[in-house]
Write a protein that binds this ligand. Structure first.
Ligand SMILES: [Mn+2]
Length: 317
């Protein structure tokens, strides 16, 4: 058994939460880092994402959310980074998938990436745990629907097509938000073509407040609900404009603002929809300034967890 103890592992825990302990952690939510960036197209560095997000999360102090009036600190534990090989994508996925499946069977898991290639593995694990394909709410500048990774079969921009082909997702439950990168039409329109919905960054320009975004939120909610599937949130930090999140490997100007993304997360993630987990990927601290990117990433993760706690509280009331 190879022990991958030499692989990069980031320090600290998210938002001052405790380290997960025991075979079955008591906390409802678990955080784990996947410090892998071996499948990036352009600039590497996302392996340092989990460390930077955890570091930035310390700014949340007691982490009491001003909208939801909950703090996740007591309902969250941090598994640290998974021990994974940093040799090949195939080897990393083979090690990640059984570990992810074990953790997902125990807790509502939030994953700190890492590049976007990890999401295919996380969807495979979720598909196995829930016994059915997922609806996916996908924030990104990139459609990630390319049929190959510059000649390689798989990379950080192919996982959507792979997930559809493997039956991991409900096509009608695929919703993309913030898409704007250069791409041939076949890739850009892929999700629309299979019955999902692509909200381009251009379509969302000028819509920032919850009231302005209400029609978009209603459309997304209806699609996720109609899919009758567990919902997974994958948030590529490059959905944000580089002005808000410069620390990423493939920045694309013309993106969403922090307020836009947080408005959408606040509205959607607090709804009575069966969310089963999230990842936040592509935070690459070597290109960050003033921890802007790590900060908004930590805020998005925190917002998601607090929104789900608020949704659970409403369901009980
Ligand atoms: Mn992207």
């Amino acid at each position: 058994m190879v022990q991958h103890a030499f692989a990069y592992v980031s320090p600290r825990r998210f938002a001052g939460a405790a380290a997960c302990s025991g075979a079955q952690p008591a906390a409802a939510f678990g955080v784990a880092g996947v410090a892998w960036d071996g499948a990036v197209t352009n600039r590497p560095g996302a392996r340092f994402g989990p460390a930077a997000i955890r570091q930035a999360s310390l700014m949340l102090c007691d982490a009491t959310h001003p909208l939801f009036d909950v703090s996740p600190v007591d309902q969250l534990c941090d598994h640290g980074d998974l021990l994974l090989p940093n040799t090949s994508l195939q080897a990393m996925r083979a090690a990640l998938e059984p570990q992810a499946q074990r953790l997902m069977a125990q807790q509502h898991m939030v994953w700190l990436g890492g590049d976007h290639s990890i999401t295919l593995s996380l969807l495979r694990a979720l598909r196995a745990v829930h016994g059915q394909p997922l609806a996916v709410l996908h924030f990104d500048a990139h459609c990630d629907t390319w049929s190959d990774h510059f000649g390689e079969p798989s990379g950080h921009g192919t996982w959507v097509v792979e997930a559809v082909q493997e039956g991991l997702v409900v096509p009608q439950g695929m919703v993309q938000v913030g898409i704007r990168s250069a791409a041939e039409r076949a890739a850009r329109d892929y999700v629309n073509r299979i019955g999902g919905r692509v909200f381009t960054a251009r379509e969302l320009r000028g819509l920032e407040s919850p009231s302005q975004l209400a029609p978009v939120v209603a459309d997304i909610r209806a699609r996720l609900a109609a899919s009758a599937a567990p919902v997974y949130l994958t948030l590529d930090i490059d959905c944000l404009d580089p002005a808000f999140a410069p620390g990423t490997g493939t920045p694309e100007p013309g993106g969403l603002s922090s307020a836009q993304v947080l408005s959408l997360l606040e509205e959607l993630c607090a709804m009575q929809l069966p969310f089963v987990g999230m990842d936040c990927v592509e935070v690459a601290p070597p290109y960050d300034h003033a921890e802007l990117t790590a900060n908004i990433a930590a805020h998005c993760v925190w917002t998601y967890v607090c929104a789900r706690m608020a949704a659970a509280r409403c369901a009980q009331a």
